[in-house]
Ligand binder design. Structure first.
Ligand code: S3P
Length: 169
């Protein structure tokens, strides 16, 4: 069993993924952390020094590596489903679950310190951040929407929804 959690930045993929993995006694992989550990650089450094195109290549390579692991919950980067054939790859290699939130909910979670380590958000705040997320979501939704299941709600409800989807399989 292999589960891919997908969704925009701030949707809680890492938090939910860790909690569900613990409950199921599964492994947990966060793709951004995996890339940082293998590159010995932060995501911000990779974007600044090598550019987004190179980051997307690293992300695809990482996906194909972690896509071979078993009994694992994988927290993907927010952009991962939207590049190359990554979404098809995930659909063919595991259970895809979309953590779905509105632009306003995401902006509320991402405001403040959380934007700093996300180069795509470039330290936007307030109304500018909400607007930027709304535009980004509108473009990405066509990829996210291909997930086999959608979940939303507060953290404990999401953990239960994801857990039930996995054990129900
Ligand atoms: C990105 C999301 C980030 C990270 C990178 C780019 C995106 O992951 O991969 O900063 O394009 O949405 P999180 O969704 O875990 O923040």
């Amino acid at each position: 069993m292999r589960i891919f959690l997908i969704g925009y930045m701030g949707s809680g993929k890492t938090t939910i993924g860790k909690l569900v993995a613990k409950k199921l006694n599964y492994n947990f992989i966060d793709m951004d952390s995996y890339i940082e550990a293998t590159q010995f650089k932060t995501i911000s450094q990779i974007f600044a020094e090598q550019g987004e195109d190179n980051f997307r290549l690293m992300e695809q390579k990482c996906l194909h590596e972690v896509g071979e692991f078993d009994n694992v919950i994988i927290s993907t980067g927010g952009g991962a489903p939207c590049f190359f054939d990554n979404m098809d790859y995930m659909k063919n290699n595991g259970l895809t679950i979309y953590l779905k939130y509105s632009a306003q909910e995401l902006a509320d979670r991402l405001g403040g310190a959380h934007v700093a380590k996300r180069p795509i958000l470039a330290n936007r705040q307030g109304e500018e951040l909400t607007q930027f997320i709304a535009e980004g979501l509108a473009k990405r939704e066509q990829f996210y929407a291909q997930a086999a299941h959608y979940v939303s709600g507060d953290i404990s409800s999401e953990v239960n929804q994801v857990y039930n989807l996995v054990v129900g399989k």
